[in-house]
Design a protein around this ligand. Structure first.
Ligand SMILES: O=C(O)CCC(=O)C(=O)O
Ligand SMILES: [Fe+2]
Length: 183
């Protein structure tokens, strides 16, 4: 079976001041090192990620401003930011599809890149198709839910590369408490 075409949108230079955004992440974020391949941090609604739980945490205004830029491109707001920190090219992310558990089913996942350039590799579910997107400092990538169903993605090892952080944004479904009118 052939995977449907890769449905991603790549916006170069999406942020007004990516240098300051990166400096903020390095100075202010308390990075979690439970995952060996890279460090992480979560802001906003907690997302259960790679089998780890993150507590809810306020989104700092600088990250909320980036979420707002991603939202204008996606056409919907975001309420979680999962940040990844790859100190060197030896820090990686293996092939995976993002879990949509708790997310709005047709929402797009956004990836904002800061720092060193890394390549995001997509692999079709048929394992025959591959695509690569070069993620530069200050860029934004949007992936549709349909693409996540049929393609996996990874950040492979890259020799001699310096520090990169990514901010990934997700939209959670609002859980509505049961009311009298539902009964
Ligand atoms: O760092 C990246 O660009 C990839 C991030 C990613 O795929 C994820 O957090 O699910
Ligand atoms: Fe992902």
């Amino acid at each position: 079976m052939t995977a449907p075409p890769l449905d991603v949108r790549h916006i170069a230079a999406a942020l007004p001041d990516p240098d300051a955004d990166l400096a903020f992440l390095l100075a202010e974020v308390d990075w979690d090192d439970r995952i060996r391949a890279r460090r992480t941090a979560s802001f906003g609604t907690p997302y259960n990620y790679s089998g780890h739980h993150y507590d809810p945490a306020p989104m700092p205004p600088r990250i909320a401003a980036i979420a707002a830029i991603a939202a204008t491109h996606a056409g919907h707001h975001y309420d979680n930011c999962l940040a990844n920190r790859y100190d060197t090219g030896e820090h990686t992310m293996g092939f995976h599809r993002d879990s949509y558990e708790g997310l709005v089913p047709d929402s797009a996942v956004a990836i904002v890149s800061l720092g060193a350039t890394r390549t995001l590799v997509f692999r079709g579910e048929d394992r025959a198709h591959r695509a690569e997107i070069v993620l530069e400092h200050g860029s934004l990538l949007l992936m549709t839910a349909e693409t996540q169903r049929h393609w996996t993605h990874a950040v492979p090892r890259a020799a001699g590369v310096g520090l990169r952080c990514s901010l990934t944004f997700r939209r959670f479904a609002v859980v509505r408490p049961a009311s009298a009118s539902d009964r």
